[in-house]
Ligand binder design. Sequence first.
Ligand code: ADP
Length: 519
Amino acid sequence: MFKLRKRDVRRLARSLRFRLTVSYALLFLIMLVGTAVVFRAHLASQLKTSAEISLNEQWAAIKGAYLRIEPTPELDNRYAANWYYDTDDADETTQVLNLKRVLLIADEQGHPIPDAVTNQPSVSTIYDDLGRESPAEIRLYVAGARKLAKPPLLWAERRSSKGEPFWIRSGLIWDERHRIPFYISIGVSLAKNQKILSNYTWTAFVVVIPSALILASLLGWIMAGRTLTPLREVAQAAQRVSGSNLSLRIPTREAGDELDYLILTFNRMTERLEASFQQMKQFSTDVSHELRTPITAIRGQLEVALFTAKTTDQYREAMFNALQDTDRLSQIVRALLLLSQAESGQLVLQKTRLNLGDLVRELVEQMQIPAEAAGVHLTADAAGDCFAAVDRVQFERLINNLLSNAFKFTPEGGQVRVSARLSEDHVEVGVEDTGRGIPREHLPHIFDRFYRVTGSGTAPAPEQGLGLGLSFVAWIAKAHGGTVEVDSTPGKGTRFTIKLPIEHQNEGAMELAGQPAAS
Ligand code: ADP
C-alpha cells in the first residue's frame, strides 16, 4: 500500500501539470516577495522622513517660540533655559512637555544648563537613558561648528535600555546678544514606526503571501490541467492507433497553435506509416503471388511427368519446363535478396572516381549484340569529361537494367540512345528509346517492386520480367546521392534521366583513398 502511494507521488511529481504549477507558483512567489520587500523599504523610508519632519517642526517650535536661553537673575545671572508658554493653555503645555521628553541643552563646555524655574539640569531622563554625549564630545562639536557659517545638524538613531528606538536631532542655538552657542538635542520615539513596519511584515509575509501563493497554486493547477487536456486527448487518440487502424487521424482543433502543429505532425507520421504498412502488405502479397506462379507450373510439369508422360521425350520436356520454372524461382529469390540487402544498407558501395562518358561508351559497345538481337539501333552520345564517384558494378547494373527494358519495349527498327553530359551541378546520364512508352497513370508506380505495366488488365507474361529492375535502378541512383526521373509518351518513347553529383578532383582523391560511401 505504502509502496503504491510512493510511486503515485513520484509520478505526480514528474507530471507536466505538476511541474507547470510549481514553476508558476515559484514565479508568483518571487514576484510577491520582491514587491513586498520593495514596498517595505519604501514604507520604512517614508516613516523615517515623517519622523524627521516632526523633529524639524519641534526644533522650529523650540527655537522660535518656547525656549530662550538667557542670563537669569534668579540664578545669579547664569545662563538658564527659560520656557515661555501659556500654562493655562492645555495644548501649549502638552506641546512643551512633549518637547522636554527627549531633551538636552548644554553650554559650549558640554555641561547641561539649568532650567530657569526648577534649577535642574536640562537633560531629560529618557535622554540620559539613551546615552548622553560626553562634555568632550559636545565641546568638539561646538568648536567645529562655530567656525562654520551653517553648522551641520547631527542625526542619529539611539536605543533606550528597553530597546525602544529614538531618532535624535542635535545642533546649535545661539544667544544672539552675546553670540554664545548652546548645544541642543531633541528626539522622537520610533517605536510606533517600528510597530507599523512589523505589522506590515507580519501581514505581508505570514498572511497575504502564503494565502496568495496557495490561491495561485490552485489556479495554476487548474490552468495547467486545462492547457494539458487537449494533449491528453491527443495521447488517447494516439493510443487508439494500431497496426490495424492506421487510417485513424486525430482531428485538429483549428486553433493554429503548437498543439495543432503537433497533431498535424502526428497525423503525417501515421500517414507515412500507413503507406509503408500498405507497401509491406502489398509486397508480401506480390512475393507470394510471384512465387506461386512458378511453383504451380513446376507442380503441373511434375504431374505431367508422373501421370501422363509415356515416352522419354515427354519426360524430358516436362523436366526441362520444370527446370526453367525453377530457374525463374531462384532468379526471383536472388533479386529479392539483393534488393533487401541494398535497402537494409548491407550492400556497401565501393565508389571510385570515374568518367561516366567513357563508361557509357564502353557499355554501349558491350550491349551491341543484345541490341542487334532485339533489332534496335543502339548509340552512345557522350562527349567530354563527366566525372562522378560511382560503384562501377552497380552503375553497370543500372545501365543494363534500363537498356534491357528499352530493348524489350522498343519494336524492331527502333532507336535506343545512351547519353552522358555535364549539367550545372551534376552529371546527367540518359537512356531513351523510341519504344511503346508508358501510360501516364503508371508512371508514379514503375519504380515500385513487382510493378509491371500489364496493359488492359491482363496478367504479365512470364517473359515480361520480374518487375524489380526499376526498383534497383531507383535504389542505385539514391545510394549514389542522385535521382532518377522518367519522361514518357505512349507510342513515341521513354527517357530515363539519372542525375549524379559531380566529383571534383580532390574529392575523388579522397574516395580513392579508401572511403567507400555507405548507401
Ligand atoms: P521488368 O523486369 O518487368 O522490366 P521493371 O521494374 O524494369 O520490371 O519495369 C517495370 C515496368 O515498367 C515494366 O513492366 C514496363 O511495363 C515498364 N517499363 C520499364 N521500362 C520501360 C521502357 N523503356 N519502355 C516502356 N515501358 C517500360
